[in-house]
Design a protein. Structure first.
Length: 289
């Protein structure tokens, strides 16, 4: 059963991520420039405030995070609160921001950028190594979301939310080389637009649906939806598996884009939800930058 875990009232909640070492999970409110940290044991919430829009959180070594912001990538020390900028894509950060990202099995950072007004085909996905090498891997994306890697390290998946398609790329863990394989999933119009994503132990992909009132589970071999979690708000933004057994799903949502009337109808918009799942998630990789 889906429950409200935290009434964070986010304008644009995003990027939930489980930090196994700290036994906490994080998420952001992009527009409020805020990181939230929920302690699994104490059921308490800490907030970290920034001067920049923030949209990506990736665990690094203990007590550190790699972040994607409007300005580039940075490392954040949770103890000292120090923000240290990392090598980042050379884009116009006055008009662009990071949007989504993840780390691969070698600790490389995969980060996407998007234009603030969603200009068509202006976004891209970059790979950043711990030597500072930055390569643009995929171009001409409108809103790049949901970068995830398969448990066998052989594929990378992402979505262009505007096109409502999820793409599979063959991936070489040693060289970070990628090659387009196929459109793995086409999201039906009545399900809204794909946003954040998470993989489970059975190799199925869970996709948060903006305008779709839930999270859908897709079989990547057939492209068919095989399960659905109803969320009582329209704009569902991202999901992750959490808890020691990775058998809970944490789901972020947004108030952005809703009218006052819609907010009255869906008052839990912007809050974080949790549900016990009958399948476990895969562990994510930490960034090594």
């Amino acid at each position: 059963m889906v429950e409200v875990l935290c009434r964070s009232n986010c304008e644009l909640g995003e990027s939930p991520v489980w930090h196994a070492e700290r036994r906490t999970f994080f998420w952001v409110d992009v527009e409020a420039r805020t990181i939230f940290e929920y302690n699994w044991d104490r059921e308490s919430v800490l907030r970290h405030q920034f001067d920049y829009r923030i949209s990506v959180i990736i665990p690094a070594e203990k007590n550190k995070l790699v972040l994607g912001l409007q300005g580039g990538a940075a490392k954040f020390d949770l103890l000292t609160k120090q923000l240290t900028w990392l090598p980042s894509p050379a884009v116009d950060w006055n008009n662009f921001r990071c949007n989504d990202g993840g780390a691969d099995v070698r600790g490389r950072l995969w980060i996407s950028t998007m234009e603030l007004n969603h200009q068509e085909n202006s976004g891209a996905i970059y790979c950043v190594t711990n030597t500072g090498l930055i390569t643009k891997e995929i171009s001409n994306i409108s809103i790049p979301n949901g970068i995830v890697f398969s448990a066998d390290h052989k594929r990378m998946y992402y979505t262009d939310s505007v096109k409502a398609e999820i793409y599979a790329y063959l991936y070489d863990a040693e060289t970070a080389a990628i090659q387009f394989e196929k459109v793995a999933v086409k999201i039906p119009a009545d399900l809204g637009l794909p946003d954040g994503m998470a993989l489970d132990k059975e190799g199925m992909l869970w996709v948060a649906l903006w305008g779709g009132y839930g999270v859908a589970r897709f079989d990547l071999q057939t492209g068919q939806m095989v399960d659905f979690i109803d969320i009582p708000v329209p704009h569902v933004t991202a999901c992750c598996f959490a808890g020691a057994e990775l058998d809970h799903m944490v789901i972020t949502t947004a108030r952005s884009g809703l009218s006052e009337e819609e907010l009255e109808t869906y008052p839990e918009s912007g809050n974080v939800f949790i549900v016990k799942t009958n399948v476990r998630g895969t562990s994510i990789h930490y960034a090594d930058l």
